[in-house]
Design a protein around this ligand. Structure first.
Ligand code: UTP
Length: 301
């Protein structure tokens, strides 16, 4: 068997230091990543996704309200003992799930200076290996594995890989947008350029970048030189644009086109859709909830 020329990926970086202004006042004292989606905080789904793609070393980039994030992935001995004494082994297992999930590390982003800056805070931990970035407020349905496919594409192609989703052209101004060329793989495109939140008229395509990346460590050198861009923030998209045009810097950049279910839990409408959909599909809650929902839609709307 010939060995892959590309080193394996074992580290995931989860930026979770944004201000979450779209969700105020709920996010005044709680990070938006801790908002519950049914009965688990959104961030737990994200860490579970990293682990199921084989990445067990997780670095979370946290901000001013970091305590709840750290506590959630730590042991809670008092609670565990109380549940144990009651003989409530089912709940005890659920409480322990999050602390047993992965090896967690934390780094503080003092000032939320943008996603690119948050990723740069991970440089000392990541070193010179390729690594994954999963946005803490972007929830990919657990049944639609995306990151594992991106890791596979990075292994084959080297360089960096982004996740793309086709959106209504009228919505492209809300996303980073990619200019692409087809490859021989149906779900993979070559990214030839990237632009952050373009107007519809200037957008090179309707391929939006969503919150999963597998990056060459060369991105750190570029981020160190990247000036604040759109919104006065250091934009990851601006650094990726450089990677796309410079193979020596950490390119090429490929895109995996995702057609599955994805929710931006930092957006109130999408957050509600995520809860309704995941609750409907749960074995324990789904049957009753679906019955109620059907009645609500037909009789009260
Ligand atoms: P968003 O663009 O959703 O920004 O960040 P935000 O500031 O958190 O949210 P709104 O728009 O004010 O409601 C995408 C991801 O990048 C992280 C966020 O936590 C989120 O997971 N992020 C963003 C950082 O970690 N640091 C930053 O400086 C900016």
């Amino acid at each position: 068997m010939t060995e892959s020329p590309h080193p394996p990926i074992s580290k995931a970086v989860i930026p979770a230091a944004g201000l979450g202004t779209r969700f105020l006042p709920a996010t005044k004292a709680t990070p938006k990543e801790m908002l519950p989606v049914v009965d688990k905080p959104a961030i737990q789904y994200v860490v579970e996704e990293a682990v199921s793609a084989g990445l067990h070393d997780v670095l979370m980039v946290t901000g001013r309200n970091k305590r709840p994030l750290e506590d959630h992935f730590d042991r809670n001995y008092e609670l565990e003992e109380a549940l144990s004494k009651k003989g409530d082994s089912a709940r005890l297992a659920r409480v322990q799930e999050s602390s047993d999930l992965a090896t967690m590390h934390y780094v503080r982003q003092g000032d939320p200076r943008g996603l690119g800056h948050a990723v740069l805070c991970a440089a000392p931990h990541v070193g010179r290996e390729p690594f994954a970035v999963l946005l803490g407020d972007d929830l990919i349905d657990p049944r639609d594995p995306l990151l594992a496919r991106m890791v596979e594409v990075q292994k084959q192609q080297g360089g960096s890989v982004v996740a793309l989703m086709e959106v209504d052209p009228a919505q492209i101004h809300l996303y980073g947008c990619a200019a692409v060329e087809p490859t021989t793989d149906g779900d993979v495109v070559k990214v030839t350029g990237l632009v952050e939140k373009p107007d519809t008229a200037d957008a090179p395509s309707n391929f939006a970048i969503i919150g999963r990346y597998v990056l060459d460590p060369g991105v750190f050198d570029i981020l160190r030189q990247t000036e604040p861009g759109r919104g006065g923030e250091i934009q990851l998209t601006d650094a990726l644009q450089q990677l796309a045009v410079d193979e020596k810097a950490g390119g090429p950049v490929h895109g995996v086109v995702f057609k599955g279910r994805r929710y931006d839990t930092g957006d109130r409408g999408d957050y509600l859709r995520a809860i309704v959909r995941l609750a409907c599909e749960r074995e324990d809650l789904g049957p009753d909830f679906r019955t109620w929902l059907r009645r609500y839609v037909t009789e009260e709307m």
